[in-house]
Write a protein that binds this ligand. Structure first.
Ligand SMILES: *Cc1c(COP(=O)(O)O)cnc(C)c1O
Length: 462
């Protein structure tokens, strides 16, 4: 790992298995003070691993020659400008779902024609900006389609599409399933008359040239995703047959490939997904349609981890509890839905070396002031001690990038690391600074400290 001999082969191929690289990164982060008493929690992103994941995605789709594909990254999975810029550098586009995400994508340097806007509740202001910039826009409803029709100028460079909900059903996590009968997303295709109305909407709007679907995220089986995409492909064929022209030229197939949180293996792989899609909708890959993808979690989750210091340990009701600095503020979904979002935990000693030892049933708790703030319940782990560190694996997407401000806990720092072309790393680079207490106070209305007392100030009686 610390060898200075130049590694043969691809410059960005990370040396050694992921677990070994992460262990080395933890040790160095502790040695360098990126994790410790002064900074008890931080997020870490494996930049070599990210580059490899993007390559795997591109190669999976490139295995079918002649299909034009724009791979966009779903910004909400890691809404950090340096991460977005890294992905732009890797040849990705960007999928955004709010004015803030659009701003981050522009700051990260994505060209407008490589940005796709999918916000669920786009304001007129947001639509005007998107159309002026020339980013692609997928309308979520007939109402939004009407607004776009009113706002667009004929010379707008924006590719315009309509999101449909193929209503193929949900996966194992309801909150992540967008193709249920009553999902809030897209036009519900199987509702009576809806399909005909969609075909009509395209026939009336020659500028509408794309169909979009995103069947769901974590918990949706790849077969279900493929089924929804196949339905959408069938609709594109029907629209084009009805209007008698190749009006629908692009199909945006969304993201949502699930991530294996149980162990280190990447499963399913992007190549499995492409195979499932080819089986479900062979015509999708015959070169007649421009494809857009919007993967988030499957590109980043396994390339990141959270490191947190163990402040104390205690026993309660016969249970050992480790009180750490990683809780609901950085692992919100895991804390509130522990069954749906289990995380693997690693235990490291005060020098950042992996602890081994007989397994012991322990809770790993966080710093938030509510009883449910536990990231791992009754987990068998080597005994955790005061001043140790715990690592939460597979948290490169939707975890440290999306903190929650509960208890006025500061946003933790995030670092990227790379072993470099010579494998002599890890070298760290800051991605986001930890929020200071001054910033916490400022964002908590410090500038308006007197506003409410002044509003109700008792005036002396006349
Ligand atoms: C969240 C989302 C994605 C990304 O989903 P992942 O599960 O992270 O791949 C893609 N498209 C849309 C429209 C989304 O809402």
């Amino acid at each position: 790992m610390t060898s200075t001999t130049r590694a043969a082969g691809a410059a960005h191929s990370p040396p050694g298995p992921r677990a070994a690289r992460f262990a080395e990164a933890v040790r160095r982060a502790v040695a360098d003070g990126l994790l410790g008493e002064r900074q008890p929690v931080a997020g870490f992103l494996d930049v070599d691993g990210v580059r490899d994941s993007v390559t795997a995605l591109h190669e999976a789709f490139a295995s079918v020659p002649g299909v034009p594909v724009l791979h966009t990254f779903a910004a909400k999975a890691a809404s950090l400008v340096p991460v977005l810029r890294l992905l732009a550098d890797c040849g990705m586009g960007c999928e955004v779902a709010s004015p803030g995400e659009l701003r981050l994508a522009v700051e990260a340097g994505f060209a407008p024609e490589r940005i796709v806007l999918d916000s669920p509740a786009k304001t007129r202001e947001e639509l005007r900006l998107a159309l002026a910039l020339g980013v692609a826009v997928n309308a979520d409803s007939p109402g939004e389609l009407r607004r776009i029709g009113e706002l667009r100028s004929p010379d707008s460079a924006s590719v315009l599409g309509l999101r449909v909900n193929p209503q193929v059903g949900g996966g194992s996590i309801g909150a992540m399933s967008t193709a249920t009968a009553t999902s809030k997303f897209g036009v519900a295709l199987r509702d009576p008359g809806a399909r005909e109305q969609v075909v009509q909407a395209f026939a009336e709007r020659p500028w509408l040239t794309r169909l979009h679907t995103h069947v769901g995220s974590q918990g949706c089986p790849p077969e279900l995703i493929a089924e929804g995409i196949a339905e959408t492909y069938g609709l594109a064929e029907e629209i084009n047959a009805t209007v008698g022209a190749r009006q629908v030229t692009g199909i945006d197939i969304g993201g949502g490939l699930p991530v294996n949180f149980a162990d280190d293996e990447v499963r399913p792989a992007f190549s499995d997904h492409v195979a499932a899609l080819r089986a479900a909708a062979p015509g999708l890959f015959d070169g007649r349609y421009h494809l857009v993808t919007e993967f988030g979690r499957s590109l980043l989750a396994k390339n990141g981890f959270i490191g947190a210091r163990v402040e104390y340990t205690k026993d309660a009701g016969g249970r050992r509890i480790a009180l750490t600095h990683a809780g609901a503020q950085i692992a919100t979904r895991t804390v509130f839905m522990p069954e749906a979002w289990p995380l693997r935990v690693g235990v490291f000693d005060g020098e950042g070396r992996p602890r081994s030892g007989p397994p012991m049933v322990q809770d790993v708790a966080g710093p938030c002031c509510f009883a449910g703030d536990v990231v791992a319940h009754a987990r068998e782990l080597p005994e955790i001690r005061e001043d140790d560190f715990v690592v939460l694996y597979d948290t490169g997407a939707y975890y440290f990038s999306t903190p929650w401000a509960y208890n006025s806990l500061p946003r933790p720092a995030v670092y990227g690391f790379s072993f470099g072309p010579d494998g002599d790393g890890p070298h760290f680079a800051p991605v986001r600074d930890a929020q200071s207490l001054d910033a916490v106070a400022a964002e908590s209305g410090l500038d308006h400290a007197d506003a409410l007392t002044a509003l109700t100030e008792r005036r002396p009686a006349p």
